[in-house]
Design a protein around this ligand. Sequence first.
Ligand code: GRF
Length: 189
Amino acid sequence: MKKLVVLASGSGSNFQAIIEAVRNNELNIEIAGLITNRDGIGAIEHAKMNRIPVNVINDTDWDDFKLKLIDQLQKWQPDLIVLAGFLKKIPPEVITGFPNKIINIHPALLPKFGGKGFYGLRVHEAVLKSGDTISGCTVHYVNNEYDRGRMIEQKEVPVLPSDSPEILAKRVLKAEHELLPSVIKKLIT
Ligand code: GRF
């Protein structure tokens, strides 16, 4: 069975969507583990509830973080690495060590509203400010530039005149939970 490793720094709702897809037999993959740079986050709770191994790697020392990340990935040997709200740049050594095996989900229709600083509500604020009537999410390969790796698939959602950044974020997140497991499925089969 193919192996997946998830990297997350937040609530982990996308991670949970992957867990549910596995549980419902929509995804035939082993989740080898969760790697995070933050303790006490929701993603860790999801991992614990599902008996998925967790490695919290402190990121205050970049070189140490890099070595520990590489070491853990070499131990788990994933076929696919999914960044699901991971707020840390992936070291170039990891990108070259796992070619075409690292994907990220972004809460907008890239190439718009991506790059350094475009995360969380800032993305949706920018979308609303732009006047765009369609937003959505993008799954793409990870390269050395934030949100600039080759796109794999997008899912659109409408932007409504009454939207606040929070309301738009919720609508996009729901689309993310559908898009991410379905892209993983395509990539592993
Ligand atoms: C998602 O909006 C994702 O697109 C972005 O970070 C957020 C993570 O949310 N990269 P969650 O932790 O999966 O709930």
